[in-house]
Design a protein around this ligand. Structure first.
Ligand SMILES: C[S@@+](CC[C@H](N)C(=O)[O-])C[C@H]1O[C@@H](n2cnc3c(N)ncnc32)[C@H](O)[C@@H]1O
Length: 221
């Protein structure tokens, strides 16, 4: 049983299904732990690079798992997985993978962007997924783990998707900082915002993006 760090443990806690696909599986530890703990019955590891693909094969040898060399969702068929995870990449890469084959994204998606989680939240609103849960794991950084569930109330041609997680919140702030975190307002979350506010205020010059982020932080704390 491989050791999972706090980040991947928090991801694993969000997963319980029959067949789970992990895109960008690399070392393969997440699927190995999910199979060993009985949280999933079958795993599909997808890697687009040779060495991480070989690492996943070695870790998952003898397990109920397929290890595939493919670019993102090109590696699975529609309906083949009940749930997927994409962890440890930037928000741009995660969204690119999801949007390349929208009909292959299962009803449940656990996404852990290292940067720009707002792009992932915006993908979900465009694609009619609700943000069911949002957790923080501490490690090298403060990681956000997002669990999305496909909305049952919005057919494919539905124009206006309503995710109740955003109810009563400033939409821009919620996309940037996380609607569940804004509702919960944990002391850890507020402390992190105050630290970021102090850091951004200390900079001699701010990019447009940082200026917007500082303005949003100051609106919510
Ligand atoms: C930083 S590692 C993260 C590994 C693991 N998911 C984790 O969170 O510890 C990202 C992995 O995703 C793989 N990757 C990046 N883009 C991919 C794509 N389009 N399809 C499949 N794998 C991809 C990379 O080769 C790399 O092994």
């Amino acid at each position: 049983m491989p050791h999972l760090d706090q980040r991947l443990k928090a991801v694993a806690c969000q997963i319980r299904c029959g067949t789970h696909a992990d895109i960008g599986s690399d070392h393969g530890h997440l699927l190995k732990a999910l199979l060993a703990s009985g949280r999933i019955e079958r795993g599909i590891a997808i890697e687009n690079k040779v060495r991480p693909h070989a690492n996943s094969q070695a870790t998952l040898a003898g397990c109920n798992a397929d290890v595939r060399l493919a670019d993102g969702l090109a590696g699975i068929a529609s309906g083949e997985a009940d749930c997927l995870s994409i962890c440890g990449m930037g928000g741009e890469s995660i969204v690119r993978i999801l949007e390349a084959y929208p009909d292959r994204v299962p009803v449940t998606a656990i996404l852990q962007p290292n940067r720009r989680p707002e792009l992932v939240r915006a993908w979900a609103l465009r694609s009619h997924y609700n943000l069911a849960d949002e957790r923080i794991a501490h490690g090298h950084w403060r990681y956000v783990i997002l669990r999305f569930e496909k909305s049952q109330n919005c057919p494919a041609n539905c124009q206006s998707h309503h995710d109740p997680a955003y109810d009563g919140l400033d939409r821009d702030a919620a996309l940037l900082l996380g609607p569940h975190q804004l509702h919960r307002r944990d002391s850890d979350f507020i402390t992190a915002l105050r630290e970021e506010q102090t850091y951004l205020r200390s900079l001699a010059r701010l990019t447009k993006e940082a200026t917007n982020r500082l303005a949003v932080i100051e609106r919510v704390i």
